[in-house]
Design a protein around this ligand. Structure first.
Ligand code: ATP
Length: 598
């Protein structure tokens, strides 16, 4: 397949701002894509070579070397490219202009041989893979040489998008939700097939794999798709409530209640001799936990399975739970074997989703837990989450206090009804979280995405000191602003943030951000922060749920930063709908208080 086809569509997509049109154009691209490369095309439009969970490296060429490659390919001087880059702010456009000038002058002087032939998707992809995977001594020169070769052969438009891809600035603004809609249109004939495709995606969070199954075996195969060890399942999530009685009512007065551990969620896959561990945001974190790999391989029976639990740091002496922040040492330490000794962990398993070819996500929780217990040899390193069956509020409260006194964060109520399946990728009432209170009117914190930053005044002049934060709206696949947060950061956190913003800043608003406010710099949605506030109010400045109210959108009043949530991707942020529900339950509380006082 010609790479030109993709470049032409990139060009179209970039000019579209309506989601409907974006989806239709993407569906059109899928129709025009060769069967053999559909997965690659899906990854490329998302600015990737492969899904994040593979843990394989992405391109990794800095701007300086990108300029070198453009210079080799076009014979333009590096200084000239740098100057144009300063003018245009986009290396892709610079490459386009240079290629076009070369071609025009070649045509004028009848040097047809200078005209680039264009690339195929296969060769572009294969070379990009070579660039990403070449490592060690001399790899920098190899990367530059391969890229220069590609750019030489590319047409001007192909060069523009190749450069943007390598630079990590594709700017076509396509999220997973839009890809799912487009796949439904192309392979199912309409958007009404979206739930079916989404279910498959929830079980195998690899859009390329799903597209391949659709192309090769059609929509019927999608209906019967099962989890596949090695491809992460999108996690099942809990709803939140603060009143124990309401929780029990939601559970029909009977529930399995687990300790809610404050650690790192771990989805553990075994496939023959390989063990993989995926994080809450489905990144491959296997290398951080060689000890967990060993526990799983020694103490869980089976050839192929997927289980889920929480990894928590424990005191090496007493075995007591330690604060979740200690897990960060696992991420920083270059010598992981030292970290294992200094910061040991325990694993508390709470679910089983797949076992020896059988899809357990469709089975009710009691059956999943029974199987999990039967395959695990429990010991002091790897256990089943502490739990009881609860059928009244007093018992629930008692267990909750016991959990907290032992260092847990609270409890998780889980439905044990016949329909208590593992709802991959969705937040529902089959699980309810009951956490320690945060001494605030807001019953829980929210996780918001950084989309813009403002310079401070006075002492903080010249530094970014307040930040525009947004919730995720999955229906529209956009980020809607909720507040501007300036407090709660330590000086060190603020300093680190300056650097991160320099990397993520952009000259224009990201196409997936919906904002009335205009910050000093826009930021590509990528960082997620946990925020607490006094309450949720309506504000004319914010866009979250703005269609529901005349006077503006929902906003968090007096927001305060608590911590970064590197385990969450922007699409895992609190959704606009959740903020809407939090607002409504807050209104209900105020109503209840008022009627108590009457
Ligand atoms: P969410 O994952 O719901 O978006 P979050 O990441 O902010 O929210 P919490 O709201 O604190 O986290 O609660 C959910 C998390 O609790 C799960 O993702 C999981 O990591 C953790 N957890 C700890 N113990 C359990 C348990 N027994 N069952 C399920 N999840 C548990």
């Amino acid at each position: 397949m010609e790479f030109k086809v993709i470049a032409d569509y990139f060009d179209k997509l970039e000019k579209i701002s309506s989601r409907i049109q974006l989806t239709a154009t993407l569906a059109d691209l899928f129709k025009n894509t060769d069967k053999t490369v559909i997965d690659k095309v899906v990854y490329l439009i998302q600015g990737k070579l492969w899904p994040d969970f593979t843990g394989q490296p992405e391109i990794g060429i800095g701007e300086k070397f990108l300029i070198k490659a453009i210079s080799i390919a076009t014979s333009a001087k590096e200084e000239e490219i740098e100057k144009e880059f300063k003018n245009l702010g986009d290396l892709g456009q610079v490459a386009f202009n240079l290629k076009q000038n070369t071609q025009n002058s070649s045509i004028l002087s009848y040097f047809g041989s200078q005209i680039s032939q264009g690339l195929t998707v296969e060769e572009a992809y294969d070379d990009l893979v070579k660039i990403a995977t070449s490592q060690g001594e001399g790899s920098r020169d190899i990367k530059i040489r391969i890229l220069a070769g590609l750019l030489k052969k590319a047409t001007p438009l192909e060069a523009k998008y190749l450069v943007r891809f390598v630079d990590g600035r594709l700017r076509v603004g396509i999220g997973d939700a839009t890809v799912l809609d487009a796949l439904a249109i192309t392979f199912g004939g309409g958007q009404n097939f979206r739930p079916l495709i989404e279910r498959a995606y929830n079980l195998r969070a690899d859009l390329g794999n799903i597209a391949k199954v659709l192309v090769e075996n059609g929509i019927e195969a999608i209906k019967t798709i099962k989890p596949q060890p090695g491809i992460p399942i999108r996690p099942m999530l809990a709803e939140r409530l603060s009143d124990p009685q309401e929780m029990m009512e939601k559970m029909n007065n009977i529930a399995l209640v687990d300790y809610k551990y404050d650690g790192e969620r771990a989805q553990i896959h075994k496939s023959k001799d390989n063990i993989f561990i995926f994080s809450r945001r489905l990144e491959n974190i296997t290398s951080q936990y060689p000890d967990v790999v060993e526990y799983v391989s020694n103490f869980i029976r089976g050839e192929e399975f997927i289980v889920e639990g929480e990894v928590i740091p424990v005191d090496p002496e007493s075995g007591e739970m330690r604060p979740f922040q200690e897990l960060m040492h696992r991420k920083r330490k270059s010598d992981i074997h030292e970290a294992i000794k200094e910061y040991p962990v325990n694993v508390f398993l709470f679910d089983l989703m797949y076992y020896e070819g059988e899809d357990y996500t469709v089975k009710p929780l009691p059956e999943r837990r029974k199987k999990l217990e039967s395959i695990l040899s429990q010991n002091d390193k790897i256990h089943i989450a502490t739990h009881i069956i609860v059928d009244n509020t007093d018992k629930l409260k008692e267990f909750f206090y016991q959990a907290i006194s032992e260092g847990a964060e609270g409890v998780m109520l889980k439905s044990i009804s016949n329909d208590s399946i593992y709802q991959a990728g969705s937040r529902g009432w089959l699980w309810i979280k009951f956490k320690r209170d945060y001494q605030s009117e807001m019953a829980d914190t929210v996780d918001l995405v950084l989309v813009g930053a403002f310079y401070g005044k006075g002492k903080k002049g010249g530094k970014y000191s307040s930040f525009l934060m947004a919730a995720y709206n999955p229906d529209k696949d956009v980020f809607e602003t909720v507040c501007k947060v300036a407090s709660g950061f330590t000086d060190e956190e603020l300093d680190n943030l300056q650097k991160k913003i320099e990397e993520l800043k952009r000259s224009d608003k990201h196409p997936r951000v919906d904002s009335e406010m205009i910050p000093d710099v826009w930021v590509t949605p990528s960082l997620v922060a946990e925020i607490i506030g006094a309450e949720i109010t309506i504000s004319p400045l914010h866009t979250c749920c703005k269609d529901n109210y005349e006077k503006g959108g929902l906003s968090v009043r007096f927001p305060r930063f608590i911590r970064w949530r590197p385990d969450k991707s922007p699409e895992d942020a609190t959704t606009s709908k959740e903020i809407y529900e939090m607002y409504n339950s807050q209104l209900k509380k105020i109503d209840d208080k008022t009627s108590e006082n009457i």
